[in-house]
Design a protein around this ligand. Structure first.
Ligand code: CO
Length: 208
């Protein structure tokens, strides 16, 4: 993608929007009221808005390598705080994707420099679910399952935040775990049973 082309594309986009509605950007500048917070991978092929058909103003977005939610990550914690407590989104989506380079790297033992501490959390997901994963002989199957389990664990990390715990008590807020299959382009709802998943950790974290 050429940098010059980006500005041409932008001009075409502006013209198209104004052609449909001369007040489009005036309305957009008045404020946002998104219904969803989407947390996904930085992978250039998994474009959050495009795969969901979300228009400007419809989704609050956080993307990082391997769609991680760490309570030490000031960016992730700030995004969740703002989306839940100020914008009052009703849905939080954690969306992983098959073929995730971050998850693949975490399965290997090589030294990845600055990425080591970031990907270590995925290695912890592997350790937590070692029994299930080690039953799978096929490496590709194991890799796909780790992508799904990583989504599940990051959803649990979302649920453990104070903002989500407070919102759970007072209003409707739903956490969703999804995976995007790049080979088909489809979004898959993992339909994670959080009641079941959280049962084992409730006594430790005192979650609602
Ligand atoms: Co990825």
């Amino acid at each position: 993608m050429k940098i010059d082309q980006i500005f041409k594309n932008n001009q075409a986009w502006v013209s198209e929007k104004l052609g449909n509605n001369p007040d489009y950007f005036k309305n957009l500048s008045e404020g946002q009221n998104p219904e969803v917070l989407y947390i996904g991978c930085s992978d250039s092929r998994v474009t959050a808005e495009e795969i969901m058909g979300a228009k400007p103003g419809e989704a609050f977005i956080l993307r990082n390598i391997a769609n991680m939610v760490s309570n030490l990550d000031l960016s992730a914690m700030s995004v969740i705080n703002y989306a839940v407590s100020h914008l009052k989104v009703n849905h939080i989506i954690v969306c992983g994707h098959y073929g995730c380079g971050g998850v693949k790297a975490a399965m290997q033992s090589q030294d990845l420099g600055i990425l080591n501490p970031w990907l270590r959390s995925i290695r912890d997901v592997y350790r937590l679910h070692k029994q299930e994963l080690n039953k799978l002989d096929n490496e590709e199957e194991k890799y796909r399952r780790l992508v799904e389990l990583n989504v599940q664990e990051q959803c649990v990390n979302v649920i453990k935040t104070a903002d989500v715990q407070i919102a759970y008590r007072s209003r409707n807020l739903t956490v969703h775990g999804w995976v995007m299959d790049m080979e088909t382009g489809k979004l898959i709802d993992l339909k994670i049973d959080f009641d079941k998943v959280l049962k084992g950790i409730m006594e430790i974290y005192h979650l609602d």
